[in-house]
Design a protein around this ligand. Structure first.
Ligand code: NAD
Ligand SMILES: O=C(O)C(=O)C[C@@H](O)[C@H](O)[C@H](O)COP(=O)(O)O
Ligand code: ZN
Length: 346
């Protein structure tokens, strides 16, 4: 259940009154502690005891080491199964917090309060939780739904532009895989500001939720939500490995360009559609210099993609703007062609 709320915390307060958890565990990172927690605490009306747990910001912290520290903290607090975890942050916090909550004592309830555009439109919805391991993205995790998602768009007021743009990549993805009108609305935005994006947030959330409702554990159509991620995750992992983490949305934008190219190479879309998609994405996202990585190491990372089966690297691809397909096994040759195409775009 998702609620989009305009500075109205009464639904959240009512939710807490009804659930009556024994304790609240509010997970934040250093930035959401500074910018979002004061707003939340200023509006919470509850007598339930709470603890604030802060981790450093960034993908580098979405690890087993951080998870172990958090599980330890919960045992120190003697947290019981009727406690409620409140994940206040972007995708790193909701992925990590959901993972901790869904595994601690085999599962305690949690809610997501996303504070980034990416979190609001994508990461807080759908119950994929997890951490990275050996630089492989989300390689350990669970499927576990939050009890509720409370979206307060006012949190976007403090979000840096690059983070807003990162979330916009996932919104573009939603248009490409499921709704041509949404895509057209989004690409008509000239300046990426939260005011300009705001009217389209709900549509993006609905697209994601609709897909997840049809296929929670990603047996079929949910794989389309992974468009841009087979290559995007490999590139994100490589930058992470080199100690130069890039934003998830930047990697997805790059991945969508390459996977659009693959869609064309596979004969799924026309050259006109390919050009339309790629030029729109490039209007918003700067080119990523991936020349320091070899084609072999990029492809090797894709061998651990979660959509793979029988040793094949499976892609989700575009059939037309607003429609996607999945389980496309692509020969290495075409994957490499798409990466070379991207390298030459600069
Ligand atoms: N589970 C899913 O379905 C799903 C979907 C998409 C992405 N993800 C994951 O989400 C992560 C990316 O999420 P993200 O882009 O939100 O990153 P993030 O959580 O790291 O947040 C981005 C940055 O913005 C800061 N921040 C957050 N809210 C703020 C605010 N209101 N004001 C100022 N600063 C704020 C954070 O501290 C951080 O520095 C990746 O790990 C990705 O794999 C998961
Ligand atoms: O919810 C999904 O399903 C997605 O694929 C959404 C993606 O935007 C998101 O990045 C997700 O975390 C990727 O999942 P993964 O299974 O490839 O790790
Ligand atoms: Zn994503």
């Amino acid at each position: 259940m998702i609620s989009i709320l305009d500075h109205d915390f009464s639904q959240l307060n009512d939710f807490l009154t009804t659930l009556e958890p024994t304790q609240l565990l509010i997970l934040v990172d250093e930035n959401t502690h500074e910018y979002c927690l004061p707003i939340l605490l200023g509006n919470l009306e509850t007598e339930i005891p709470f603890e604030i747990i802060e981790i450093e910001a960034g993908e580098e912290l979405k690890t087993l080491e951080t998870a172990a520290q958090l599980w330890e903290i919960l045992t120190e607090f003697e947290t019981d199964r009727k406690a409620l975890m409140i994940n206040l942050g972007g995708g790193v916090i909701t992925d990590m917090g959901g993972f901790i909550a869904s595994t601690y004592k085999r599962g305690i309830p949690f809610i997501n309060i996303p504070t980034t555009l990416l979190g609001m439109c994508d990461a807080s919805i759908g119950g994929k939780t997890g951490i990275d391991h050996q630089f492989l993205k989300n390689i350990i995790g669970t499927f576990a739904h939050p009890e509720h998602i409370f979206v307060f768009p006012e949190f976007l007021n403090t979000l840096p532009f690059e983070e807003l743009r990162s979330g916009f990549a996932e919104m573009l993805k939603h248009g490409l895989i499921a709704d041509q009108n949404h895509w057209n609305d989004l690409i008509s935005i000239k300046d990426l500001t939260s005011e300009n994006i705001f009217p389209f947030i709900e549509r993006s959330m609905t697209i994601k939720q609709n897909v997840v409702e049809q296929d929670f554990t990603e047996q079929n159509i949910r794989k389309t939500l992974n468009f841009g991620h087979t290559i995007g995750h490999a590139i994100e992992s490589l930058f992470l490995l080199k100690g130069k983490a890039i934003m998830h949305g930047e990697a997805v934008a790059m991945g969508m360009i390459c996977e659009t190219r693959i869609s064309k190479l596979q004969g799924l879309i026309s050259e006109e559609t390919e050009t339309q998609i790629i030029s729109a994405i490039r209007k918003y996202f700067p080119h990523l210099d991936i020349t320091e990585f070899s084609l072999e190491e990029i492809v090797n990372l894709m061998r651990n993609d979660k959509k793979n089966s029988f040793g094949n690297i499976n892609f989700s691809l575009i059939k037309r703007i607003g429609n996607a397909t999945f389980d496309c096994s692509i020969p290495n040759e075409n994957i490499k062609k798409a990466l070379i195409y991207y390298q030459k775009l600069e």
